[in-house]
Design a protein around this ligand. Structure first.
Ligand SMILES: *[C@@H]1O[C@H](CO)[C@@H](O)[C@H](O)[C@H]1NC(C)=O
Ligand SMILES: *[C@@H]1O[C@H](CO)[C@@H](O)[C@H](O)[C@H]1NC(C)=O
Length: 469
């Protein structure tokens, strides 16, 4: 009898709950913020850390110090060859657009230390400059070098030519290569879009994302003519790939998302002959990231942006021993400033190292040695291709930031693939096994600075979209 009553009461209360839920107030429609950010809250699958912790860590601890570092002379001048022809098609240049133009530096603007150091290697190369002020190129200084240093120089050159470079060396010794002041050429909305900009991303996704032979649709998430079912096919294909190849796709998607966050955050809102006003364009942001407007793609893109952030964060935490070596300098010729900058750099790196990253160490770039080497080679080839594709970007300013960010990400991967070498580096003296050039260092930190800015901008957009339905 008791049991039957219990059963009946249970049944009744279940029915009541069911009824009540039916008669409940209709759920308020989601806000635009929820539609964009639904996949980026709480725990991320790649890291046992939650988004809120990452945001706080980035926005308040890392971002301000990183900005300060990137404003220093060492990091603001980037040498780049923007005049290499596109190897894949005849490019229709949009470089006439005013907002696409890049102002190269007059040669007296760049500190001498950087100019003469540019061919050399950040670490030992910097010391050489003091030994031989006149030298313009590494080759020219041979006589004044000790035998040991000469050997080292040969090693570095060999090393630089070797397979460890993820990006096509941007022949910075070419007469076409120029120094660019990154602070004077900020990444922002340029009006470069439409079929031209599309083609670039399409080629990047299609040719380079370990594309399966069977899928013919454009992998570019921006492509509009995509059906739901194809979408699912695409993602189930992606699921089936091994972790690292999936990682490659997500890195590219994260980079794409980050660039679009910038363009939406520094949109040209007003353009009159009197002034130009740049600021947040919420509509532009929604068009790229709203879950409904993008058929579910947008939130995934934002998730990939965090993934990219964490990968670069991880690379930075692994490369600390390289920068900690006493011989390493951020050489510009101004001793006091250089020393201060190194202190700031190490502070930032230690901050990063203290962040609990807890990635699954085994799932990434590890595996058995033969397999890992094969994968490293595959990544490298894909990255070379992507940096060549950047030569096809018709807008100079976009080309500049595209090249810089690809090289930065390539450097991060080089670091991750060299984890053991770095961990076993001698504490001082020449290191033949692992080197970073000034170009790599500048691009690594500036690329990370971009992603860090994106994460910060997401907070702004979240607030701006809070009350938008
Ligand atoms: C590089 O790009 C070319 C031209 O698009 C393509 O044929 C080749 O397969 C690509 N290689 C890789 C490794 O992506
Ligand atoms: C914001 O971007 C949209 C396109 O996404 C554009 O139509 C609109 O004019 C922009 N708003 C402003 C104020 O420029």
């Amino acid at each position: 009898m008791d049991r039957r009553w219990g059963f009946l009461i249970g049944l009744l209360s279940a029915a009541w709950l069911l009824l009540r839920s039916g008669h409940d107030e209709p759920r308020p429609p989601e806000t635009a913020a929820q539609r964009c950010f639904c996949q980026v809250s709480g725990y991320l699958d790649d890291c046992t850390c939650d988004v809120e912790t990452i945001d706080k860590f980035n926005n308040y601890r890392l971002f301000p110090r990183l900005q300060k570092l990137l404003e220093s002379d060492y990091f603001r001048y980037y040498k780049v060859n923007l005049r290499r022809p596109c190897p894949f098609w005849k490019d229709i240049s949009q470089c006439g657009r005013r907002d696409c133009a890049v102002k190269p530096c007059q040669s007296d603007e760049v500190p001498d230390g950087i100019k003469s150091a540019s061919y050399k290697y950040s670490e030992e190369g910097n010391n050489l400059i003091e030994e031989c002020e006149q030298a313009e190129r590494l080759g020219a200084v041979d006589e004044s070098l000790s035998e040991e240093t000469q050997k080292a120089v040969l090693q570095w050159t060999k090393h630089d030519d070797s397979s460890d470079n993820f990006c096509e060396a941007d022949d910075i010794q070419s007469p076409d290569a120029e120094y660019v002041d990154l602070l004077l050429n900020p990444e922002r909305y340029t009006g470069y879009k439409g079929p031209d900009a599309w083609r670039i991303w399409n080629v990047i996704y299609e040719e380079n994302c370990f594309k399966p032979q069977t899928i013919k649709r454009p992998l570019n998430p921006l492509a509009s003519s995509q059906g739901k079912s194809e979408e699912n096919t695409f993602y189930s294909w992606l699921e089936g790939l091994c972790v690292e190849k999936r990682a490659f796709y997500r890195l590219i998607s994260g980079l794409h998302a980050s660039i679009n966050v910038h363009l939406s955050a520094r949109y040209l809102l007003q353009d009159t002959w009197l002034e130009q006003i740049w600021g947040h364009n919420v509509t532009e942001f929604q068009q790229r990231f709203d879950g409904i407007l993008t058929e579910g793609e947008g939130p995934r893109r934002l998730k990939n942006l965090y993934f990219l952030y964490l990968i670069e964060l991880k690379a930075l935490s692994k490369v600390v021993p390289f920068f900690e070596r006493p011989d390493f300098q951020l050489f510009t010729g101004n001793k006091v400033q250089d020393a201060d900058n190194k202190i700031l750099l190490l502070e930032i790196l230690h901050e990063i190292k203290s962040f609990p990253l807890h990635f699954d160490e085994n799932s990434f770039f590890a595996g058995d040695k033969k397999e890992a080497n094969k994968l490293k080679e595959e990544f490298r080839l894909h990255f070379r291709n992507i940096s060549r594709i950047m030569d096809c970007v018709g807008c100079f300013k976009c080309r500049l930031w595209g090249k810089l960010q690809t090289q930065g990400l390539g450097t991060a991967l080089k670091i991750l693939f060299s984890e053991k070498l770095i961990a076993n580096m001698p504490e001082s003296g020449p290191s033949y096994e692992f080197q970073l050039t000034r170009q790599e260092i500048v691009s690594l930190f500036n690329a990370f600075g971009r992603i860090s800015t994106s994460v910060k901008e997401l907070e702004n957009f979240r607030n701006l979209l809070q009350n938008v339905r």
